[in-house]
Design a protein. Structure first.
Length: 129
C-alpha cells in the first residue's frame, strides 16, 4: 500500500493543478466568483484533500477523509460556497487520477474519493442549496 500512496504523494501537486484546471474548464461561470485568489485556494485545498485521501488509504480509516471533508464543508460554507464545490473538486481529482497515476494507484485513490463523495452527499443538511 505504501508504494501506491507514495505514487499519489509524488503526484500531489500535479493532480491538484490538473484537477483545478478541470474544474475551470467545466465551470467557466465560477471565474467571476473565484478570480485568481479563489482558484489558487482551490488548488491548495485540493492538495490538502489529496493528503487526507492518502492518509485514509494508508491507515485505512475512512473517518480521516470524512472528518476533513466535514471541516472543509464548514470552511467553504463560511465563504458562502456550496456543496457543489466540494463534490466537483472530488470528481475532478478522480478524473485526473485516471490520467496521471498508475492504474493501481488511481484505483486506490478513486475508491477513497468515492467514499468521500458519498459522505458529502449524505451530510448535505448544513449546506446552502
Amino acid at each position: 500500500m505504501e508504494d501506491l500512496t507514495g505514487q499519489i504523494g509524488v503526484a500531489r501537486d500535479v493532480l491538484a493543478a490538473a484537477a483545478t484546471e478541470d474544474i475551470r474548464r467545466r465551470h467557466p461561470e465560477w471565474d467571476a466568483q473565484f478570480e485568481t485568489k479563489g482558484w489558487e485556494a482551490t488548488e491548495r485545498d485540493l492538495s490538502h484533500t489529496i493528503d487526507f485521501l492518502v492518509a485514509s488509504i494508508e491507515l485505512p480509516e475512512e473517518e480521516i477523509i470524512e472528518d476533513y471533508l466535514d471541516w472543509l464543508i464548514g470552511l467553504l460554507e463560511s465563504l458562502d460556497l456550496r456543496e457543489e464545490h466540494v463534490l466537483e473538486g472530488l470528481k475532478s481529482l478522480a478524473h485526473v487520477a485516471r490520467e496521471h497515476l498508475h492504474p493501481s494507484a488511481s484505483a486506490a485513490l478513486i475508491g477513497m474519493i468515492d467514499r468521500g463523495i458519498t459522505h458529502v452527499q449524505e451530510s448535505r443538511s448544513g449546506f446552502h442549496r
